[in-house]
Design a protein around this ligand. Sequence first.
Ligand code: 5GP
Ligand code: ZN
Length: 112
Amino acid sequence: MQDCIFCKIVRGDIPSKKFYEDEQVVAFHDINPCAKTHFLVVPKKHIRSMADIEESDRDLIGHMMFMGQKLAKEQGLKGWKMLFNVEKEGGQVVFHIHLHVLGGGVISLDEC
Ligand code: 5GP
Ligand code: ZN
């Protein structure tokens, strides 16, 4: 997707604080953190929202969740929140699916 900001980050066209990458996903720190640790796990495949996933995306979504918990522990978190905002009414702003992982300090999305 040409105009998608997360596709641009995946391609390296715009900079990010990326700290993990494999064949399927990248993880980078949120530009406007809502907690001491706030990072996003983003699939390289462009999917608009969690309302658009298909049967064939099940493994990818599982991998995103798995990497979210693995990276959370590697960041030193003992507990955290994992969140998907889904579509405009669910608070989604960037329309390329991403898993939020938040831990430490204030972790209410409403407050940031
Ligand atoms: P959403 O509300 O769509 O679930 O969350 C989008 C998130 O992406 C927000 O927390 C926002 O701060 C983050 N974000 C938006 N643009 C950028 C960017 O260019 N770089 C990074 N690292 N995060 C971004
Ligand atoms: Zn995209």
